[in-house]
Design a protein around this ligand. Structure first.
Ligand code: ATP
Ligand code: MG
Length: 561
């Protein structure tokens, strides 16, 4: 129930459009029922007039029938237009809302989710929410309103028949849909979960296809995916069966209600308080009234899937961000020296300390090299500086301003980063560079490439800046990808440089090219360089070694120059 309320609250900005859709829905149902009822009345009245029993004036009813037919068709068109328009607005709002809520969670709170699962929440779960208004909310509200109006109208002619109609509508519009929702809940939940798993498996499979082909694991993975596909089909089949059963039961209820109402109207017909044409009108009205509740079994069944999708989305966005933003962020520091005292960080309450009382200083414009064994906490230090993770103890200041007083975006604005794992988007070189500065001109892009010692390589590509780099830079060599990251850092032109193993995995020539690029980049910037490579440390003013999250002076074999 809470999930439904939260969904309703999200619908609020589009309330006028949503209400217009519901009003049109009611209008169409009433026009349709009115058309059938009036036609029934008219045909009977005409038949009686033909026998000379009761003369009628037929111009007005004939015109009304034509009017209602037009209203029904035009109204349905307009209703579809408005409800779909409302749904698309709603989906757009939901996507932006979700993205805004996700942003502060990245990367710390999203790392436990599989990429495919996140994608699934962003896409198909949000898409499932379109059911909420289009297939659940609008038809339900419209059914209640039009049902009440029709029962009230029928009561004017024959109260017992109106009671029968009310009963029939309650069974078809409430009891059957509720039962169908109860039974549809489990397969609905299963369908949502299996679909998400399937997507994750597919994403994983495609990403790791190269490795799997080499290791021979493709068949096993494909079999697992096939099994998930079958589970999804089974859940969907059960949902479909329930839908058909609900539809059938609703149809049967309508017929039974009609029979009951007819029986109940006989005494009134005998007593002549109800005329023949009125009986025909009432009969058609009863039958047509069920059109209003016809979408409800499917609606309630979709509710299970919709609420499951909504719950998954809310569970994601309700995670507390790993970093608490200051109420009012401090302005940018005017100096760019880094001072760290007694810094402690762990990634979870029970996890060991990744940083355990770290002290270090980097003067403005100074260059600090950091070495240390794998897992010593080097990248963790950058995670703190970049405000990706909050630290549990100690002080970090930049230019004298406590890091915690800076909001995340301001803090990140201080750095150019060449990360241990740079992500390159499957886009052109131009687009990958412009991430650092969207407004950069081609001349600036070329200059950045030149300073990163990548200009000649890019010039040799067929499409120059428009060359596509492939999935995560697959079409570039490791060294080229790293230099592209350096070119990004040049474009960004921030005062502090954070470099995490920028030459790792490169041969001596590529390393030299990357180092040449870095040397130019470091001029005039406060630099922290993490590396295992001695060649990269030659340009540093000082080197410390990190061990179990603490700094010690660098061992003599790291000695410089
Ligand atoms: N995002 C994370 N979530 C949870 N634990 C993490 C995370 N990142 C690092 N750790 C843990 O913190 C410790 C320090 O990791 P860190 O990445 O800082 O090491 P590192 O010195 O950069 O190692 P490497 O040289 O291999 O890159 C490790 O025990 C690691 O398992
Ligand atoms: Mg690391």
């Amino acid at each position: 129930m809470r999930t439904a309320w939260r969904l309703l609250a999200l619908c609020r900005p589009h309330l006028p459009l949503l209400l217009a859709g519901i009003a049109l829905n009611v209008g169409v149902v009433l026009a349709n029922v009115g058309l059938l009822a009036l036609a029934g009345w008219f045909i009977t009245a005409m038949a009686l007039a033909g026998q000379g029993l009761a003369p009628i004036e037929y111009f007005a009813p004939a015109a009304a029938i034509r009017g209602l037919a037009l209203l029904r068709t035009g109204g349905r068109y307009l209703e579809r237009l408005v409800t779909h328009e409302a749904t698309f607005h709603l989906l757009a709002t939901l996507r932006v809302w979700l993205y805004r809520r996700l942003e502060p969670l990245a990367p710390a709170r999203l790392q436990t989710h599989r990429g495919g699962d996140l994608l699934s929440r962003l896409r198909s779960d949000v898409d499932s929410l379109e059911n909420f208004y289009l297939r659940v909310l609008a038809p339900t509200v419209a059914a209640v309103l039009s049902g009440l109006l029709l029962v009230a109208f029928l009561a004017l002619y024959d109260p017992p028949a109106a009671v029968a109609l009310a009963l029939g509508l309650t069974i078809a519009g409430l009891c059957i849909p509720v039962a169908s929702e109860r039974m549809g809940r489990a397969p609905g939940r299963r369908a949502v979960a299996v679909r998400a798993d399937l997507r994750s498996d597919m994403t994983d499979l495609l990403r790791g296809l190269g490795d799997l082909t080499v290791c021979g694991g493709v068949e096993d993975r494909a079999a697992a995916i096939r099994a998930r596909g079958q589970a999804l089909t089974a859940a969907q089949r059960r949902q479909a069966r329930l839908g058909i059963l609900g539809g059938g039961l609703s149809g049967a209820t309508a017929t039974l209600t009609l029979a009951g109402a007819l029986c109940l109207m006989v005494p009134a017909l005998r007593a002549a308080t109800l005329t023949g044409p009125e009986l025909a009108m009432a009969a058609f009205l009863v039958l047509a009234a069920f059109e209003a509740v016809a979408p409800l079994p499917a609606a309630f069944q979709a509710l299970g899937e919709t609420l499951a999708a909504a719950r998954r989305i809310f569970a994601l966005v309700d995670a507390a961000p790993a970093v608490t933003e200051p109420r009012q962020g401090a302005p940018l520091p005017s100096r760019f020296d880094i001072a760290i005292r007694g810094l402690r960080l762990r990634y979870a309450e029970t996890a060991p300390w990744a940083l355990d009382g770290l002290d270090l200083d980097v003067p403005e414009g100074g260059r600090l090299g950091i070495v240390g064994a794998s897992g010593a906490g080097k990248t963790s230090l950058f995670n703190v500086l970049l405000r990706f993770w909050d630290y549990q103890a100690g002080n970090v200041t930049i230019g004298g301003v406590p890091l915690r007083d800076l909001d995340g975006d301001t803090a990140r604005g201080l750095y150019s980063v060449v990360a241990q794992h740079t992500h390159l988007f499957n886009a052109s070189i131009r687009d990958n560079l412009r991430i650092a500065r969207p407004e950069a001109s081609p001349a600036e892009l070329h200059a950045a490439l030149r300073r990163a010692h990548l200009a000649d390589t890019v010039a040799a590509f067929d499409d120059d800046l428009d060359t596509m780099v492939g999935e995560n830079g697959a079409r570039l060599s490791g060294g080229q990808a790293r230099r592209l990251a350096i070119a990004r850092a040049f474009l960004r032109d921030a005062p502090i440089l954070l470099l995490d193993e920028p030459t790792e995995g490169l041969d001596a020539d590529s390393e030299q090219a990357v180092l040449d690029g870095l040397r130019a980049l470091m001029v005039g910037r406060t630099t922290v360089l993490i590396t295992h490579r001695r060649a990269a440390l030659r340009d540093m003013d000082a080197v410390i070694s990190l061990s179990a999250g603490k700094a010690c002076s660098a061992p003599p074999d790291w000695a410089l120059r």
